[in-house]
Design a protein around this ligand. Structure first.
Ligand code: NI
Length: 253
């Protein structure tokens, strides 16, 4: 069996077809899915969806683009985070691309949510783009609050991955690792021990090759796993067994 550790099942692309998408995933041996929020509303929706389905869990948090709402929703978010089906705080993190909220505010909200995860003893799911240096410094400076977690959709260097692993993090491997032009990501994944890797789709985005640019779904996890098996010189059964064990340990599911 497989775990899709990061999906957006509440996305409008799946609206009305959730049952079918989840059944399709189960038919493809993807028996557990963590659906992720990125602001308060999507987090709330993720929890509602997780309540409806066995094997679906929620990860909740305010990600970089939405940090300006944090102050207003902080206490509601904390209440929601105590729900049994909430297995992680995220996506949270830093994104320094153009048009994003200012860096200081992003760092502050990231840290507040790391502390929330610490308080509730749940792992974190990190979203990071063009901010890897600041991300790793912030994690190191606040290591007393770390509860483990994962670098979701990670495409940075092996050096940063190695430091994150030392801090108790996993590396999430998704569709990008199957792209023909993603040589750097493939090289990085070859060096990361399989014991520190989990699988994700980040659907409906980033469908793996040969479905690239189509609608991504949790049922594509075996395609990502097959590619990972090739990169690591393992069988797909070994990849399934080890990444599932890693995910279940990390998220306690
Ligand atoms: Ni995502």
């Amino acid at each position: 069996m497989f775990v899709d550790t990061h999906a957006h099942l509440t996305d409008k692309a799946f609206k009305g077809n959730e049952d079918e998408i989840i059944k399709k995933a189960n038919d493809c041996m993807v028996s557990k899915i963590i659906t992720s929020g990125f602001d308060y509303n999507s987090s709330f929706e993720a929890v509602k969806l997780a309540e409806r389905f066995n094997g679906v869990y929620a990860s909740i948090g305010i990600y970089p683009e939405n940090v300006s709402e944090f102050e207003d929703v902080e206490s509601k978010l904390e209440e929601l985070a105590k729900h049994d089906k909430v297995v992680a705080i995220g996506e949270i993190g830093l994104q320094y691309t153009e048009g994003m909220p200012n860096k200081e505010m992003q760092k502050e909200v990231f840290l507040e949510q790391i502390k929330l995860a610490y308080k509730l003893n749940k792992p974190i799911v990190i979203h990071c783009r063009e901010a890897y240096g600041d991300m790793i410094s912030l994690l190191k400076e606040n290591r007393q609050y770390l509860t483990g977690g994962t670098l979701h959709c990670y495409s940075g260097s092996y050096e940063i991955a190695k430091e994150a692993i030392k801090l108790g993090f996993c590396i999430s491997v998704g569709g990008v690792s199957t792209f023909k032009n993603a040589q750097n990501v493939k090289e990085m994944i070859r060096k990361v021990p399989i014991e520190n890797i989990i699988l994700e789709t980040d659907c409906p985005y980033l469908a793996p090759h040969p479905y690239r640019s189509k609608l991504n779904m949790p049922s594509y996890i075996p395609t990502i796993a097959e590619n990972l098996a090739e990169l690591k010189g393992l069988t797909i059964d070994e990849v399934a067994e080890i990444t599932t064990k890693n995910a279940r340990r990390l998220f306690r599911i």
